[in-house]
Design a binder for this molecule. Structure first.
Ligand code: AMP
Ligand code: MG
Length: 482
């Protein structure tokens, strides 16, 4: 099958995991398989899609070299600290890829574990396919993310509000170490446990950190930098994670846990899709603040490693956390300039960018399509066109881009490379899921995945996917993906 597995995680102190196999299922069937990803991981495409491979994706067979386990972690959920852990996931092991990377292979929906609390340990087909689609779309958008290797149905029904088909997603990640893993170590473990986790994380994700020199401070700095990069990328494409609990924030800087996430249509910083986020804690515009809040929780876990004197340690942590807003803003501005075709920097750019966003908000313009209209010079198609304040802005923007010492084709190219032709629009994702789950027709999803795989290609095939849904008086709602 091409497995080349290790499990370095199992060499951490025993309290970090529970050794445990997935629970076998009755009649597994392969629904979708990620050829490109599998190829890059050195896996055998044919064998994996046959009975032997499907048995692995279902948790019915354990591949050679695997040592399955469920990871322990804690986390702040909507601001409240609690003990969590892999309640329905099993880490099979870490695959060494031909390019020398180490990636986690995790089955999600593989049965109960010690951390399941009241849950059944299972997942249903719709949410697993949704995670597959959105995570692969994020990858296409060049945003760090966990990937999806396969989805199998289990042949078993799962009880939610009604009976639904059970499914298992095989998730691939550079690791599943979360802010919540550090919270678990700090809260329930010894300082030695915490140190073991921090050293392991440095080795695995930040090997360039100088081991002799304040390495835990360097780890904190590196994680802040990764998250400032990640969240700015989310903001630039209008992605709303929806459940930025600390257990859903990775230390590697990959996006993880595609539950109630969705992409914003009309530009509005207050946009919330998640049915359970009643206070708007994880609203689009709040994401950078929540990012900083989560990083502060991460920094707290490192206090014993930052300085022997707690007061000094807090001072060090605070200084670092305070750099996040600036790093985020810097990345975001650079990205926004590119979206507007600006190569160089000008002190007026911030006002130009903010002015554009507030006009979009005022006139309820679609975020992605308005940038596209600027890119392709068909601004008259947007709802902004003709409004005096927008026409004034447009003139200022044209003057600003044309002032650059570059041919027009250069900034147009920059805009094409910075403004996606397609995002996974909610109605398109729903349409694909409905065809797959209700009718067993996977062609809609496969076509959607194809156009999402290269959103900056601007092909004619992608044009229809930019169409907005017919207006509805029911706002789009997402659920926690169980
Ligand atoms: P999430 O909202 O996906 O971050 O999940 C939060 C916690 O709930 C994690 O510990 C999950 O493993 C657990 N969980 C979610 N769904 C289930 C389920 N059906 N059975 C057991 N645990 C679950
Ligand atoms: Mg989670």
């Amino acid at each position: 099958m091409g497995w080349n597995l290790d499990n370095s995680y199992a060499r951490l102190p025993k309290s970090f995991y529970t050794i445990q196999n997935p629970t076998p299922v009755r009649a597994p069937e392969l629904i979708i398989f990620n050829n490109d990803l599998a190829k890059g991981m050195g896996l055998d495409l044919d064998v994996l899609q046959g009975a032997e491979g499907v048995a692995v994706f279902a948790g019915n067979e354990i591949p050679d070299g695997a040592s399955p386990l469920a990871q322990a972690y804690a986390g702040h959920q909507f601001g409240h600290f609690t003990m969590l852990g892999d309640g329905r996931a099993i880490l099979l092991g870490e695959q060494f890829t031909p390019s020398g990377e180490r990636v986690d292979i995790q089955l999600k929906g593989s049965g109960r574990t010690q951390y399941s609390r009241g849950g059944d340990g299972r997942a249903t087909l719709g949410p697993m396919l949704r995670e597959y689609i959105i995570s692969e779309a994020m990858h296409g958008l060049n945003i760090p993310t966990t990937r999806s290797l396969a989805v199998v149905t289990t042949g078993e029904a799962v009880m939610r509000e009604t009976q639904l088909p059970g499914a298992i997603l095989t998730r691939v990640a550079v690791s599943h170490i979360r802010v919540g893993t550090f919270q678990y170590a700090a809260h329930f473990g010894s300082v030695d446990d915490l140190k073991a986790l921090a050293d392991y994380t440095i080795e695995r994700h930040y090997p360039d950190i100088d081991k002799n020199n304040d390495r835990y401070l360097a780890l904190l700095q590196a994680v802040i930098k990764q998250q400032a990069d990640l969240i700015s990328k989310w903001m630039l494409v209008g992605f709303i994670h929806g459940v930025m609990n600390t257990d859903n924030m990775t230390i590697s800087g990959e996006t993880i846990d595609y539950g109630p996430c969705a992409f914003m249509d009309v530009y509005n910083p207050e946009t919330v899709f998640s049915s359970i986020d009643r206070q708007g804690r994880y609203a689009y515009g709040n994401q950078p603040y929540i990012g900083a809040w989560n990083l502060a929780r991460f920094a707290e876990t490192l206090l014993p490693l930052l300085h022997d004197d707690e007061k000094e340690a807090i001072k060090i942590a605070e200084t670092e956390i305070a750099t996040f807003p600036k790093q985020f803003r810097h990345n975001w501005l650079a990205g926004m300039r590119a979206k507007l075709g600006l190569f160089d920097e000008n002190p007026q750019d911030e006002a130009l960018i903010e002015g554009f966003l507030s006009l979009m908000q005022k006139y309820k313009a679609d975020y992605t399509n308005t940038f596209l209209a600027l890119t392709f010079n068909d601004i008259e198609k947007t709802c902004l066109y003709g409004h005096e304040d927008f026409m004034k802005w447009y003139e200022e923007w044209e003057t600003r881009v044309n002032q650059q010492d570059k041919p027009k084709s250069d900034f147009q190219q920059l805009m094409r490379d910075s403004n996606p032709a397609i995002i996974p629009r909610n109605h398109r994702v729903e349409e694909a899921l409905e065809a797959a789950v209700e009718k067993g027709d996977f062609s809609v999803m496969k076509k959607l995945l194809k156009v999402l795989s290269d959103p900056y290609a601007h092909t004619s095939e992608q044009v229809e996917y930019a169409t907005l849904p017919t207006p509805s008086n029911q706002p789009y709602r997402t659920f926690c993906g169980t």
